[in-house]
Each structure stands twice: as structure tokens, then as C-alpha cells.
Write a protein that binds this ligand. Structure first.
Ligand code: CP
Ligand code: NVA
Length: 303
């Protein structure tokens, strides 16, 4: 079997996703009981960050340590990645010395090229196109609080960005329905929307997308690399803030998620972010547990 990677949620089957989430929930509970689990003893993960990160870096580094392994942080500033060494060459060299590579980068093609030339698993720690690791944490959080998400209705409000794209892939693998509301010019990739078939629907207004939703999700209006568009985007997205009015359109027990960092009173009101329906802190913590299960799955060849 060829080398497995985690570039997209679609790289795992629905059964593998559910096994991974179950394992994440189980090992999280054991960790809290003081039971250690070190299947990655002696294993190394290289972590390439070409964009900023708080959660992804800390969760992968802490996760490798807790699993008995070790993580090596690399940035373009202090490696040859930032001095023009081809990503193909970097892939061959780095993968000859470690057991897995995590990369956060801009162009998705760079990530795919790295994976093609790596002899160890490559994990997508966010690209301009996708952010699959975040979805593992979001799914774990839902499963912990509500059980299986199959058949549920999820509303994505805001930018049709990397997170929205990964929600489309999650709808396919986990079997939920996704209602997307994004302003003109900021819709998700049409091919990805089409790949989700009837599970994905596009809505003109945020309130319409949120109608009867079980989960409401948003993200920043300007992603990393779009800083210069920030002012323009504040205007384009003004009608797409998740606030009390939007949450009232959803089911009374609907949850709110945000991958963080959040911009209070831009894409989400402070009141919603800090409401009892908001599970963003549990969601952030689950980055650690869900990715530990992913690391074990990829670096040990199964769970
Ligand atoms: N949600 C997320 O990926 O956060 P970081 O950018 O801090 O890693
Ligand atoms: N869409 C955001 C997610 C940050 C975790 C970005 O790409 O910057």
C-alpha cells in the first residue's frame, strides 16, 4: 500500500474517521486520569510552519511529547525553506530523518508536492485550501457533547475559505448537511460544493443558513495572507456576523464553534462567543487529543 498522508479529510474513510474520534475521546479521558500512552516512543515529527500558529504548533508539539515522541519546529526564516531550496528536495531530505512531517503553508500545491516526495506521512496543518486537522477537533467536540453528527444540520456563516472547504469534506465523510451563507465573491470553491452533492446548500443570508441548524460555525473574514484585504472584507461581510439574531434562527440547543483566533464583534459577537452555546475552548483543547489519535494512526500504521 502506498504511503498514507492526511492532506484532506477525504484521505480517511468514514469508518477510519469514527475510529479516530473514538480513540481521541478515550485517550483524552485516560490522560485526565493520569494514564500515559506512549506508542510513538522514539518517533520524530518535523513541523514546518510557513504561516503563524498558536494552537496547531502547541497541540502537535505537546501531542508528540505525550505520545513518547519528539517534534522539531522549522520555519522558513531559519531554514533553507525560506531561501529557495525546492520543496521536493526538502521533502526527500527531511523525510529521510523523521517519521512524519506536518506542514502549514500557503499554496495547497506546495503541500501536495511535499507529500509526493516524502517517504513518511505528511499532515496538512492548514493550507489556503483546507484545514482538516481543525475539523477532527470540531468533530470530536460534537461527538463528546451530542453523539454522532450524521444527519445533523450545520450552518457555515462567513468566508468560503479553507475552514469552509474542510466542512464540506466533513459533511461528506461524517454524513451531515451543510448550509453555507457567504457574501458574493466569497463563496466556497464550486467543485468542492458540487462534490458534496445534496448535502451542501448555498444560502443568500446568514439567517436563512442558520435556520434550524444544530451547529453554527464561522471563522475570520480575512485569513492569513489576506491582511491587505481586511478593510474591504469588513464591509463585504458586515451582514454575516454570527450574533444572537443568527443563533435564535438555529435550534435552541445549537452549538457554536470557531477554530480561533476569533475577532470579537467582527465575525462573531462577544455575546455569542462567550455564551453557554459556545464550545470554542473545548474545541481548541481537542486539537491536542484528535491530532494525537491522527499521529498514532499515521505513524503506527493504524489504531
Ligand atoms: N485554529 C488554528 O489552527 O489555530 P492556530 O492558527 O493558532 O494554529
Ligand atoms: N481561515 C483561517 C484559519 C486560521 C486557523 C486562516 O487561514 O488564516
Amino acid at each position: 500500500m502506498s504511503q498514507r498522508h492526511f492532506i484532506s479529510l477525504l484521505d480517511l474513510t468514514s469508518d477510519e474517521h469514527r475510529a479516530l474520534i473514538a480513540h481521541a475521546i478515550d485517550t483524552k479521558q485516560k490522560l485526565k486520569q493520569g494514564i500515559s500512552h506512549t506508542p510513538l516512543s522514539g518517533k520524530l515529527l518535523a513541523m514546518i510552519f510557513e504561516k503563524s500558529s498558536t494552537r496547531t504548533r502547541v497541540s502537535f508539539e505537546a501531542g508528540m511529547y505525550q505520545l513518547g515522541g519528539h517534534a522539531i519546529f522549522m520555519s522558513p526564516r531559519d531554514s533553507h525553506l525560506g531561501r529557495g531550496e525546492p520543496i521536493e528536495d526538502s521533502a526527500k531530505v527531511i523525510s529521510s530523518m523523521v517519521d512524519g512531517i506536518l506542514i502549514r503553508t500557503f499554496g495547497h500545491d506546495r503541500l501536495e508536492t511535499l507529500a509526493q516526495h516524502s517517504c513518511v506521512p505528511v499532515i496538512n496543518g492548514l493550507s489556503d485550501l483546507l484545514h482538516p486537522c481543525q475539523l477532527l477537533a470540531d468533530m470530536q467536540t460534537w461527538f463528546e457533547l451530542r453523539g454522532d453528527i450524521a444527519g445533523a444540520t450545520v450552518a457555515w456563516i462567513g468566508d468560503g475559505n479553507n475552514m469552509c472547504h474542510s466542512y464540506i469534506n466533513a459533511a461528506i465523510r461524517y454524513g451531515f448537511n451543510l448550509r453555507v451563507a457567504a457574501p458574493p465573491g466569497h463563496h466556497p470553491d464550486p467543485d468542492l460544493v458540487q462534490s458534496g452533492g445534496d448535502r451542501i446548500s448555498l444560502h443568500e443570508t446568514a439567517i436563512d443558513a442558520a435556520q434550524n441548524a444544530d451547529l453554527v460555525v464561522t471563522d475570520v473574514w480575512a485569513s492569513m495572507g489576506q491582511e491587505e484585504e481586511q478593510e474591504q472584507r469588513l464591509q463585504s461581510f458586515a451582514d454575516y456576523q454570527v450574533n444572537d439574531r443568527i443563533m435564535q434562527s438555529a435550534h435552541a440547543d445549537a452549538l457554536f464553534m470557531h477554530c480561533l483566533p476569533a475577532h470579537r464583534d467582527e465575525e462573531v459577537s462577544t455575546a455569542v462567543l462567550e455564551s453557554p452555546q459556545s464550545v470554542v475552548w473545548q474545541e481548541a483543547e481537542n486539537r491536542l487529543h484528535a491530532q494525537k489519535a491522527l499521529l498514532e494512526f499515521l505513524l503506527c500504521g493504524g489504531l
